[in-house]
Write a protein that binds this ligand. Structure first.
Ligand SMILES: Cc1ncc(COP(=O)(O)O)c(C=O)c1O
Length: 390
């Protein structure tokens, strides 16, 4: 049986053919480090990197390609921002919706008594309240760090007014960081409208690059406040011992992942092409079909919004009578429907949704290349499982 891959929130699969070709070309034909040396392929690798920064900057309406740094994944982007920015005595406002790649760095800094953190609660749909975020701000708050789309419920979070409201409080000193791991590539992101100072995202989810890639946008105004996480060669200013202070070099020690970045380049080109737009419409329609199907199953409980409004095609369900891991295994065994079971690295959200005690949920996340027929097979398999659980 062909696999029905519904774990796109973990990493997207398959990638567009052009992404595979671009990675292959970078490995076989370019075959050189970016910006280290002067021969033709080095220059070509560097040109590709700079062009990809430009593509990403345009994609998220960032003011300049130099505000885009490449990292290893979403977690690496977030760690770079959090460990680089926070100092002793700082207070952070975040939410229970966050992924462990936000929660664990904050917990670590808190356990060393360096920072204090306020976690804003969420409602039944897994959405936090904009007012609660603003009310949690204290005199020592240095950072507001928020999820854009939940990787558990698929809920789009109300972050569009946060920066404006922070500024209305006269708090120009507070940095606004957005975790766009599940939004970038799925819903439009406009840095200028959001007003976010830092945006962290993987390259390997909805923007279709390969695993091992990540993106970090840092505004030029606040970049000087963030220390690098890693120190080393950057291919620039080689004669001096100090780490470059200008972005993006300061965050990019060591050779860049040229094949991976070539994949992001092709991924973004694909998303902005006519074919990519068509696939996006199919993704939306398949997401709705899956939502309606899940809601119609007697015996399955869906977390998050029951309409496609303010959500994307990431769905968490429970099937009474089955442990979520067992259910996920059965779906794979009987119908090759590949889902993910557990807490999805968001323990506080499961606590808030009352799904922690049952070990989490079964997550189904739709990708650009799922077909309607695959979605129907998945709905049928879950329906049969729910009946068996009664
Ligand atoms: C909301 C959210 N933030 C951060 C991450 C971390 O991204 P990565 O797996 O690329 O480190 C993920 C990954 O699932 C995520 O869903």
């Amino acid at each position: 049986m062909d696999r029905i891959y519904l774990d796109n929130a973990a990493t997207s699969w398959p990638k567009p053919e052009s992404v595979y070709s671009a990675i292959d070309n970078a490995q076989r034909i370019i075959g050189a480090p970016a910006g280290r040396g002067g021969y033709q392929q080095v220059v070509e690798a560097l040109r590709l990197i700079e062009q990809t920064r430009g593509l990403i900057a345009r994609f998220i309406n960032a003011p300049d390609r130099r505000t885009i740094a490449f990292t290893f994944n979403g977690t690496d982007s977030l760690s770079t921002a959090l460990f680089g920015l926070l100092r002793s005595g700082d207070h952070v406002v975040t939410s229970v919706v966050e992924h462990n790649s936000v929660l664990r760095p904050l917990h670590h800094l808190e356990s060393e008594s360096k920072i204090t953190t306020s976690y804003v609660d969420c409602n039944e749909a897994g959405t936090f309240d904009e007012n609660a975020v603003i009310e949690a701000i204290e005199p020592r708050t240095r950072l507001v760090c928020l999820n854009h789309v939940s990787n558990v419920t698929g809920s789009i979070q109300p972050i569009q007014n946060i920066k404006r409201r922070i500024l209305d409080l006269g708090r120009e000193d507070i940095v606004f960081l957005v975790d766009a791991a599940q939004s970038m590539g799925h819903i439009p992101i406009d840095i200028k409208m959001l007003g976010c100072d830092i945006l962290a995202a993987p390259g390997h989810k909805a923007i279709m690059g390969p695993l091992g890639t990540g993106i970090l946008y840092v505004s030029e105004e606040i970049a000087h406040r963030i220390s690098p996480l890693r120190y080393g060669g950057t291919g620039t200013d080689g004669s001096v011992e100090i780490q470059p202070t200008k972005i993006p070099d300061k965050f990019e020690s060591g050779n860049l992942n040229v094949p991976g970045i070539a994949g992001i380049n092709a991924g973004i080109r694909y998303l902005t092409s006519e074919e990519g737009n068509t696939k996006h419409e199919i993704w939306k329609s398949n997401s709705k079909t899956l939502l309606d199907g899940l809601l119609s199953i007697d015996g399955a409980t869906l977390q998050g919004n029951a309409t496609m409004q303010n959500r994307i095609g990431v769905f968490s369900i429970s099937i009474p009578g089955f442990d979520c891991h067992e259910a996920s295994h059965i779906l794979d065994d009987v119908a090759s429907v590949q889902t993910r079971a557990g807490l999805h690295c968001a323990p506080l959200l499961h606590r808030a949704l009352n799904t922690e005690g049952q070990g989490g949920t079964i997550r189904l996340s739709v990708g650009l290349f799922n077909t309607e027929q695959q979605i129907e097979v998945a709905i049928k398999a879950i329906t049969q499982l729910a009946q068996a659980g009664k």
